[in-house]
Design a protein around this ligand. Structure first.
Ligand code: TGC
Length: 396
């Protein structure tokens, strides 16, 4: 586990130069503090062990739920209706501990719950959202398929109408939490285009198998899902979800959380590197006294500070209902990319010890490689921006 004295020294030094907390409202700071307490008191002490053992610590789910963090930005149905900025600050704090736990909150709140909240019927919302907010039911969001995640329009999973039911057949891949989920929001092609279905995971023909051999996100679960003639009633179809616009609207929510979350992993990396820089001596003086180290720290600070300000800017726009998907692509592309660079520079300041689990940065780097790929790769977000700039879609 990371030396807490080192972390505290780094945090104090960093907050002396750039203090995000001062930019948040008292309500946002309260949410941030709730997440920070969980991250530091419940996740950080066990995360290296869980990452090493590929263990998702499910007993933390009710702890996170008790603080109201699951679906916190949804209004009603047992959810707090917090601001997008407050939700972003929560994502940052959780990802400062580990991307896997921010991913859990994203999958539950921004994907599974938001799909039901945005596109479900009143009956569906009343049935699922309060229990998901309370952490009694874990949800997953089954969009990506084995033949490629970047082009959901090419999905092969089909849902065929049979009387009052739908029969769903196909496969999904990289689906977070599916093996511990009680409910899956499954996207499938129908005669009328893509539709979304609420599928209880104990349905006959539904199988979720955790993907093994991951070198990132090891304290989290991602699964293959097989749908072998899974039968659900028409009442389980999300009535308002018509076409890919529906799942993409949920991806927007999750991508927005990543804009903030990536800066959490960056902050944690910067803090430990800074703490080490002022305490470790070589050639008779602290390594933080060398120009090369100060140059790295300054570069890290610049990108961290810009990334947080970008996240805050997007958060304020989202709260004003002015945020569009292209702007989210700017944030996701930039902040994950820069967080990876910050973690890399932190590793170099930590020297050889930086590759061990004595420090969190290699774990953050590995996790961030997964984050850079899911919810739209760097390439996809570049093409979204290219389309916005030129009016020409390069992926058609
Ligand atoms: P196209 O397929 O033609 O568009 C279809 C419709 O969707 C609309 N749309 C959006 N709506 C809201 N927000 C967005 N960001 C949207 N992007 C597209 C579009 O207007 C259209 O609507 P309509 O009503 O006119 O039919 O798509 P496109 O050509 O606009 O976009 C192509 C592209 C490449 C941008 C898109 O396919 C894309 O974003 N691809 C990346 C998909 C992705 O991020 N996949 C990874 C998901 S991660 C995952 O599934 C695992 S779940 C996480 C976990 O469990 O851990």
């Amino acid at each position: 586990m990371t030396d807490l004295t080192l972390l505290a020294r780094g945090r104090e030094a960093l907050s002396g130069v750039f203090n995000l907390d001062a930019l948040l409202t008292p309500d946002e700071r309260e949410w941030q503090q709730r997440a920070r307490s969980i991250a530091e008191e419940r996740i950080a002490p066990v995360i290296e062990e869980d990452f090493e053992n590929r263990h998702f610590r499910e007993e933390l789910v009710p702890v996170i739920a008790a603080e109201g963090l699951l679906g916190m930005h949804i209004s009603g149905y047992g959810c707090a209706g917090a601001s997008a900025t407050a939700y972003g600050a929560v994502c940052l704090e959780l990802e400062a501990a580990d991307s896997g736990w921010r991913t859990f909150v994203s999958v539950q709140g921004s994907l599974a719950m938001s799909a039901i909240a945005k596109w479900g019927s009143e009956e569906q919302k009343n049935e699922w959202l309060p229990r998901m907010a309370a952490g009694e039911v874990i949800g997953c969001f089954a969009l990506t398929e084995p033949d490629g995640g970047s082009d959901p329009a090419a999905m092969r999973t089909v849902a065929v109408r049979d009387g009052d039911d739908w029969v769903i057949t196909g496969s999904k891949r990289w689906i977070g939490l599916a093996s511990v989920a009680g409910v899956a929001v499954v996207w499938a092609q129908t005669e009328d285009g893509v539709r979304g279905f609420i599928v209880p995971t104990d349905s006959h023909g539904f199988t979720a198998t955790p993907i093994t051999g991951k070198l990132a996100m090891r304290a989290s679960i991602q699964c293959d899902i097989a749908l072998d003639g899974v039968r659900v009633p028409d009442a389980n179809r999300l009535p308002e979800a018509k076409g890919l616009r529906a799942p993409f609207s949920c991806l927007n929510e999750a991508r927005y959380g990543i804009v903030w979350g990536a800066m959490g992993a960056a902050r944690n990396s910067l803090e430990v590197a800074l703490g080490r820089a002022v305490s470790r001596e070589v050639f008779g003086s602290p390594i933080g006294g060398f120009q090369t180290t100060q140059n790295k720290l300054a570069e890290m600070l610049l990108e961290y500070e810009k990334g947080v300000l970008l996240a805050l800017h997007l958060g304020r726009k989202k709260d004003a209902h002015e945020l569009d998907p292209t702007q989210i692509s700017v944030g996701k592309l930039n902040n994950v990319r820069e967080a990876i660079k910050i973690a890399g520079m932190a590793r170099s300041i930590l020297g050889g010890d930086g590759v061990t689990d004595e420090f969190p940065v290699m774990r953050h780097m590995a996790n961030l490689e997964a984050v850079r790929t899911y919810e739209g790769t760097d390439e996809i977000h570049s093409l979204v921006l290219g389309r916005a700039l030129t009016g020409i879609a390069a992926f058609k």
